[in-house]
Design a protein around this ligand. Sequence first.
Ligand code: F6P
Length: 524
Amino acid sequence: MFNKQKRISRSKLPEWTALSAHQKKLGDLQIKTLFEKDHARFDKYHLHHEHIMLDYSKQPITPETIEKLMALAKACNLESWREKMFTGQIINTTEGRAVLHTALRTPDDTPIIVEGENIIPHVRTSLARMKKFCDKLRKEKKFTHIVNIGIGGSDLAPSMAYEALKHYSDRDIHVHFVSNMDGTNLAETLRLVDPKKTLFIVTSKTFTTQETMTNAHSARTWLREQLGTEDVSDHFVAASLNIAATKEFGIDEDHVFPIWDWVGGRFSLWSTIGLSFCIAIGFGNFQALLDGAHSMDQHFLNAPMEENMPILMAMIGVWHRNFMDLPALSITPYDQYLWRFVNYIQQLDMESNGKAVNRKDQPVTYKTGPIILGDIGTNAQHAYFQILHQGSTIVPSDFILTAKTHNPIGAHHKMLISNAVAQSKALMEGQKSDDPHRHFDGNRPSNTIILDELTPYALGSLLALYEHKIFVQGIIWDINSFDQCGVELGKTLAKQIINDFDKDDTCPQTDSSTHGILNHIKSM
Ligand code: F6P
């Protein structure tokens, strides 16, 4: 079990106070000036790992900042926590679970023991079953429409990856995603599919999530009506931990793909939750995605701290959040295929680090996870970038670019890249003007991450990069990044409210706003 040793608050660590003093000393440090003073700044502040390059030169940091940030990481025992995660120790202490999404992508057969059992053979068996199932479906084309029903990680993961890797997908297999409780999501999806040729994949770790189960039941009712038969079990598949509930729903045992409690919902892309997009892109490409993630795992485990991409990105984020008091992070992928990427990262980051109680069950005395916002470039430029350039709050940015496009049309890609680079330059340099409305302060930090090409392998590495960055920040902030107690209260209240919904006078004892809203809707 996790050793609840006494730890002093992070903000009382000498390494933390040294960073505060360093920040004060730097004062009004201008990133632009750092470039003017050092023409080789880019050479010193960029990193490669295989197909990914990280340029962090446009950050308000000096060698001393990096040194001090790494000293803080060491003081927070980052290396030992990393070891605990990879070896399956119970680091999700509130739920009493190991955190082993990395085991889903390891080619290494070294046993990882969870509750006395080696999990690696289970991972291998599960991948072999996924492969067999995908190969058969892709060959037979008995089903040409796949409808994934899930929510949260059980939707964002497969839908993001399906969109990101569409270039590699079999265009005769159409994958749809239904997540929302709003019946419109299901209704509009069902308009697009041929019932005879549709396979529903119900992805839910718990198989109790209200939205998913409501959608799954309604989809089954629709299919029964359409096919004129009660037995539609051939058209349903599940990815779940709750085998009993899948059975109760009527899903055949050989159509149930397991997931384990040591895989968190928002880290489940690498598991059977990825079945829908695995069918679309083929198992070989799914395996390449796992391999790319594994390669980033190895980099995270083995690269020295100062050259370690996830650690550097994480510690720069800590610098922004805790020492510059910046509340948000904008992520802009300049690749149309990554149009769901920010939604995915929002859950990954904010459900993990949106917490204010530390591992000693005490309120934290410092800021934790940032608000993540973003959209694809160049659309984001025409939407919220105004606030990045001239807003009263500084919002750091991650720009994600792909050097080669899958769709070279005329000068599009050159123009796209030029826009991305222009944005980070404008944010950093600003522009002096006598007209205050046309003046740009500049000095707004950014990272630029460049993938050689958006391949399954590179996407795997990119996603693992963000996973580990978020893990590192959770360690620095001394919070449990792997539970999600914050989403429970709303769910419980929704259940109470639905019970009262059909009563004549809705919840008269509740607050007047809740009462008023419900009565107004019911009067329509
Ligand atoms: O929103 C809470 C949450 O538990 C997420 O962490 C998870 O991704 C989502 O609900 C879906 O859960 P399940 O896969 O159990 O349906």
